[in-house]
Design a protein around this ligand. Structure first.
Ligand code: GLU
Length: 471
């Protein structure tokens, strides 16, 4: 393995940034302003647990404040360190710009193994970490709005929101201080599935572009395509579930912490998910072959590879052996800069993280807007829309003299509620961002990949925003 030349995660993101910025007309001064991480706050705090004081280290990085609030998840993992949080914060800046979520980029992390602690202990730790960030406005509805990431979910977001409310009792917009909350605590329908749903919409849009599909060596549609998924967490599970139950894909292997399960005939994702929840691993799942060497399965023959776990899993040590036609980066940074060059040269199409997993922050944006407007999407117009649809059908039936089918009527009469509106906004976002990347990639010979196209688009938007501020 060429470990000695593999850059860190932050360096890897910066190398991809440099590649794009060299193709653009941006002054070196502005380029380096955009590239640097504005600030990283490190906090070490003690929590009394199990009769002793335990010290935890947490971070909140703000990469770019060209728009405020800044946005990005909070991760609970033992991999968390300053380099990682800064790389992830930079990706948030570019991701938000690309999909037009009006935020700067930020990210937080707590160095912890959440599995080592009981829920009430985790609550104490989370609240204490949130307290440290809230008192410095690093959690705030108009300045910095966290969300779930690896190792955190709705439960942690509810604790954070409640902690903010306790410390800001008269803040009317308190709910908007964090997204990814449970529905009954100011969340939005469809946020949990959003990143996985976004991966599905991204792949559907990819298959609408015959020239891109051809570059990958594939043809046709998603139907019947073989898919390998790494990581059956929230993102990987939802992506695999939607692709297999709605688009006719076959999930031929799933890689998890304890190894991988393989079945070329297709794995039932919901059965595997239940097994994983019951046993903590994929080993022992009846309907598939098991190997303890999970990472070797990244190299398995497949049409679509979905790394949905960690950064850096496809690197200089295995890039040459990857056989997938398409890699869609559901995780942040799963392909290192060096591996990206190798894989690109081999003709595999990489659908890059800043686009592929942007469904999460897109629906976070909707949740934030919902919190600020204090009303559920669709509440005012749903009934009105249903009534006018009713009148339209009645008039049509009268004019034509024939009834419209009952199944059509049921669908048409419904009107759009929150879930329909969230899905519509998410699909539109994913489709239009892909179309822009496609156009940028295909219209400039120097832009060799969707990733570079995504960077060029995102950096153009961030640079324009800085210029408008007079920089
Ligand atoms: N943690 C997610 C990400 O990496 C979501 C961020 C958000 O919703 O703010 O994009």
């Amino acid at each position: 393995m060429n470990a000695h030349i593999e850059p860190t995660f932050r360096e890897s993101v910066n190398m991809m940034f440099d590649k794009a910025i060299n193709l653009m007309d941006i002054s070196p001064g502005l380029a380096s302003k955009i590239k640097v991480c504005n600030s990283t706050y490190t906090v070490r705090f003690g929590v009394k647990l199990r009769g002793d004081i335990h010290t935890f280290t947490g971070y909140r990085s703000v990469h770019s404040e060209h728009k405020e609030p800044v946005k990005g998840g909070i991760r609970f993992a033992t991999s968390v360190n300053q380099d990682e949080v800064e790389a992830l914060a930079a990706l948030m800046t570019y991701k938000c710009a690309l999909v037009e979520a009006p935020f700067g980029g930020s990210k937080g992390g707590l160095h912890i193994d959440p599995n080592e602690w009981e829920p009430d202990e985790l609550e104490k730790i989370t609240r204490r970490f949130a307290y440290e960030l809230i008192k410095r406005d690093l959690i705030h509805p108009s300045q910095n709005v966290p969300a779930p990431d690896m190792g955190t979910g709705e439960r942690e977001m509810a604790w954070i929101a409640d902690q903010f409310r306790r410390m800001n009792t008269s803040e009317i917009n308190a709910d908007a201080c964090v997204t990814g909350k449970p529905l009954n605590k100011g969340g939005i329908i469809g946020r949990v599935e959003a990143t996985g749903r976004g991966v599905q919409y991204a792949l559907q849009e990819f298959f609408r572009h015959a020239d891109d599909v051809k570059t990958s060596g594939l043809s046709g549609s998603l139907n019947g395509k073989s898919v390998v998924v790494q990581g059956l967490g929230n993102v990987g599970y939802h992506a695999a579930h939607f692709l297999s139950t709605e688009d006719g894909c076959k999930i031929t292997a799933v890689i998890e912490r304890d190894g991988a399960v393989i079945n070329d005939g297709g794995i039932n994702i919901n059965d595997l998910q239940s097994h994983l929840q019951k046993t903590g691993g994929v080993k022992g799942f009846l309907d598939a072959e098991y190997t303890s060497n999970g990472s070797s399965i990244l190299e398995k023959n497949c049409n679509i590879l979905i790394p949905a776990a960690m950064e850096g899993v496809i690197n200089l040590s295995n890039a040459k052996r990857i056989k997938a036609n398409v890699i869609i980066e559901a995780a942040n940074g799963p392909v290192t800069a060096g591996a990206d060059e190798i894989i690109n040269a081999a003709g595999t199409v990489i659908i890059p993280d800043m686009y592929a997993n942007a469904g999460g922050v897109t629906v976070s944006y909707f949740e934030w807007v919902k919190n600020l407007s204090h009303i559920r999407f669709g509440r005012m117009q749903r009934r009105q829309q249903a009534t006018s649809n009713h009148m339209l059908i009645e008039e049509m039936e009268r004019l034509v003299g024939k009834p419209v089918s009952d199944s059509f009527k049921t669908k048409f009469f419904q009107g759009a509620g929150e879930l329909e509106l969230v899905r519509s906004g998410l699909e539109d976002t994913m489709c239009s961002a892909y179309q822009q990347m496609h156009k940028t990639w295909r219209s400039n010979d120097n832009i060799d990949s969707l990733r570079t196209a995504a960077y060029v688009l995102a950096l153009t938007k961030v640079a324009d925003s800085y210029r408008a501020l007079g920089l």
